[in-house]
Design a protein around this ligand. Sequence first.
Ligand code: PM9
Length: 462
Amino acid sequence: MIEIMQPPVEPFKIKVVEPVTIPSEERRKKAIREAGFNTFLLLSEDVYIDILTDSGTSAMSDNQWAGMMLGDEAYAGSKNFYNLEKAVQDILGYKYVVPTHQGRAAEHLISRYLIKPGQIVPRNMYFTTSKMHVEIPGGKMVDTVIDEAHDPENLHPFKGNIDFEKLQGYIDEYGLDKIAFVNVEMNVNMAGGQPISMENLRKLREFCDGYKIKVIYDITRSSENAYFIREREKGYENTPIIDILNEMMSYSDGCIHSSKKDCLVNIGGFIATSDKEIYEATRSSVVIYEGLHTYGGMAGRDMEALARGLREGTQYEYLKYRTNQVRYLGELLMQANVPVVKPIGGHAVFINALEFLPHLQREQWPGQTLSAAIYEHSAVRTMERGAVSIGRDSQTGENIFPPLELVRLTIPRRVYTNTHMEYVANSVIDLYERRDTIPGLKMIYEPKHLRFFQARFEQMTL
Ligand code: PM9
């Protein structure tokens, strides 16, 4: 029997509220069919609790909103850019910042510069947009995460770690000149929000120095990763989060950031580096695709909110509450034996759809099916993270069926109360009790890129 923690105490009070209602059963049934059983195609007003994503869905603080009023909307040289640059230097230790409107724009600029056709990018598990931006310039993403990350039951404390034998294997197989760079994600999203250890990052730096390979991070969820390092890695128990972040970043050549997650803002992203060549190349291309290098697609006010959110999102008490709220939901589900990825990650609870719906074939899209069923049952919007998300093999065109076929219950930051978490848990547990009545889906429309966003499905008969 799992012992459930006390619900975590919020380190804030609520100043503004947004009314939400539970749509009727009849409306939910209609809405999910109109959306082709794809939760991305639901209207927000048809959703009661929106745990589709933690991206751009945070509640900002009064300090961030105050910063919005100080937006300097000058085309060039906005003072908010310099505040952002200073925050990146203080919190992450990089010298240079190239702002972008969000994470995938940063991925685009880095990939254009560093990847040549035929090259590979080893990474500790793929992410959807990251993989796409490796493939567009003619590259291929290959997986170097440890095997434990592919096993939902394995309790390894750092399931985001890189397996150096796998990495060496790719160098031997493809040759050194075919490695564009090594890409490292913090708190690996598709593995369940699982951290990478400082020891692993340090070793990777040494390994890559030996071959003169560049190391580029995806630091989208690095503050949550830093919190787990402090909680789980020997020697860091009393280290301030900012010091942990500075050390983590010191082992890289640069990074991309989707600031819509850890930085508690609704829009924003950047590239940061201390390498002058990477800086100059991406600063030069940002003006083609995003905007001038002192705004890169963001308004001045958005850069100010981001500069403040980057600092706020590293506060220890906040990170403790944040990760514990996710854990609380996970423990409520585990207590009722709902199969979830363990240990519970930083930003989301991931349900193992293969275990939840064992009567479905992989071609019946168990993750997609479960995500649609949760919505229909309770107006809770979640997201499939399995075969629909990974898409097809770019060379053979065949569907890929990854070991992890998951549904992600992604918790926006500072938005939902612990009672909301209990509503979500009770709804999922109720559905689990009658799981064998849920029929699978058939894909009837598949867009060319990132199909999970727009694909449509039809319900099959049981
Ligand atoms: N992540 C998420 O919900 C939003 C888009 S996919 C549904 O998890 C990583 C690790 C991400 C990420 C976005 C991006 C792209 C890069 N790396 O969404 O373009 O989790 O800001 O960032 C999403 P943007």
